[in-house]
Ligand binder design. Sequence first.
Ligand code: FEO
Length: 161
Amino acid sequence: MIGKKMEELINTQINAEMYSAYLYLSMSSWCSQHTWNGFAHWLRLQAQEELTHAMKFYDYLNERGGIVTLPAIDAPKAEWRDVLELFKEVYAHEQKVTGMINAMMAEAIKQKDYAAEIMLQWFVSEQVEEEANASEIVVKLEKIGPSAGGLFQIDHQLEKR
Ligand code: FEO
């Protein structure tokens, strides 16, 4: 059995992971429209990863006898000034998700919910990777500045993800 508070937090997190997938798909579509196919590819794969995150929480909640509620997913924005602005938002979004995961972990520890703690450990590690990946792209984009050649090079690198 799972506590009400943890059930509520997991339902909120399922929604947040689904929203992440929506956001990254919207970003991927914007990149495709602007012929940045490597950035689009990276974001599309990231959207798929977010769906797997949502399903991990979904499966866990069902296994623990909780009730999955699935409220509506907010619509993401669809326009960005350039890829640097877009990836800064990816990074900021991942930092926000890390905060949510950490808050869940704090609640699991407070409630002595050891099963939730073990499940959340995977997400704590995953967020380290997610933030590092987004941050690396932002740093590279900042380094090259408005150089079209540099942008094409990064776009080409990300196509191989
Ligand atoms: Fe599901 Fe990108 O964190």
